[in-house]
Design a protein around this ligand. Structure first.
Ligand SMILES: *Cc1c(COP(=O)(O)O)cnc(C)c1O
Length: 366
């Protein structure tokens, strides 16, 4: 059996330092905020090459609070990819603004920069690119476009911990960069967690305030905030795991190289890495016109696969009021029909990866 993702293996590898970290928090007497959280915020900002980091409750909140910090709300539009996890769209909707979808480049699955311009209207306030599957968007070109169009950039980096565009880490480009530490992400907590990184001290303060009931000073509330904070316990776990992120990313990169080489001549579409991109392979996503058959074969061979994502946001009931037909965003729809995620994690061994490869070859060559 080859698991799609073995989260227990990740926790087991670090069991001792994780327990030590938990004990440190337990005996500190601080269970919200405090030194452990501040230390993680400093370390994550430094890793990303950003001046500030604000821990929040989860990745969705990171996006919503970032939008609110830029005063984006009813009547405003935000450009989002047509093919993303629905959280990107939901964050925009939560503020009362409208997500405006732009189709991806079918080769990279990333938002097509050439199509952003035609989607911009006088109501557009921000661009929200997603570094999907851990593949970085061309941030040089995107920031240039945002500058010309006078738009803010909020990055959904929930899948891109450690990814680089032209040798600069994701986290060092846009106005606000949003992170999720959901357990299955490349840097994952043992529960929910999220953060925003930024170089702008005022925006960082505003997000911290918004996530703390709109209060910068205890019992003084300047605006109607919410409660969205990163637990010190999760921060302590994340500090342990951050020390392993580079090593674990290298293991993912080795497995991706193994897949790319061995699957090259099969009737499949493999992930394409743009020049300038250093992906971190949150997911290894292939495309097949015969996906159902392939997935069935792999399941029978004991190999776990998943589909990210089987239904594009514009085809979800949640967005039926937008009145979009499946064919209005044909690339998003087609990707949803063809994508298949193969096992990928720092705990996928070379031999298990080879088993996945043989099973894929077996399925496609008979
Ligand atoms: C996981 C994810 C989110 C949401 O993160 P949560 O921590 O689960 O709220 C947002 N966007 C993308 C692209 C994600 O993969």
């Amino acid at each position: 059996m080859v698991h799609f993702l073995d989260l227990k293996a990740a926790t087991d590898e670090l069991a001792e330092p994780l327990l030590t970290a938990a004990q440190r928090v337990m005996s500190s007497g601080w269970y919200i905020g405090g030194e452990e959280l501040e230390a993680f915020e400093r370390e994550w900002a430094a890793y990303c090459g950003a001046a500030h980091c604000v821990g929040v409750g989860n990745g969705l909140d990171a996006l919503v609070l970032s939008l609110r910090a830029l005063d984006i709300g009813p009547g405003d539009e935000v450009i989002v990819p047509s093919n993303t996890y629905i959280a990107t769209w939901l964050a925009v909707s939560a503020t009362g603004a409208k997500p405006v979808p732009v189709e991806p480049d079918p080769a990279t699955h990333l938002i097509d920069l050439d199509q952003i311009e035609v989607a911009i209207t006088p109501r557009t306030k921000a661009l929200m690119p997603v570094h999907l599957y851990g593949q970085p968007v061309n941030m040089d070109a995107l920031m240039e476009l945002a500058k010309i169009q006078d738009l803010k950039v909020i990055e959904d980096a929930a899948q891109a911990h450690g990814a680089m565009w032209s040798n600069r880490r994701i986290g060092a480009h846009g106005d606000l960069v949003c992170w999720s530490f959901y357990p299955g992400k490349n840097l994952g907590a043992l529960g929910d967690g999220g953060a925003v990184t930024t170089d702008d001290a005022d925006l960082a303060d505003r997000i911290r305030c918004l996530g703390n009931y709109g209060s910068a000073q205890k019992y003084i509330h300047d605006e109607r905030g919410t409660n969205s904070r990163l637990d010190p316990l999760q921060a302590a776990f994340l500090r342990v795991k951050l020390a392993y992120l580079e090593v674990w990313t290298a293991r993912r990169q080795a497995r991706a190289a193994q897949y790319l080489e061995a699957l090259a001549d099969l009737p499949l579409t493999l992930p394409r890495v743009a020049a300038g991109a250093s992906p971190v392979w949150h997911l290894f996503v292939i495309r097949s016109q015969d996906r159902a058959q392939l997935q069935k074969h792999l399941t029978k061979a004991g190999i776990g696969t998943m589909i990210h994502y089987p239904r594009a946001p514009h085809m979800q009931k949640a967005y039926s009021d937008f009145g979009l037909n499946p064919s209005d965003l044909p690339i998003a729809r087609q990707l949803a029909e063809e994508v298949l995620s193969l096992p990928m994690s720092p705990h996928l061994s070379e031999s298990d990866c080879a088993r996945v490869i043989s099973a894929v070859q077996d399925s496609l060559t008979r």
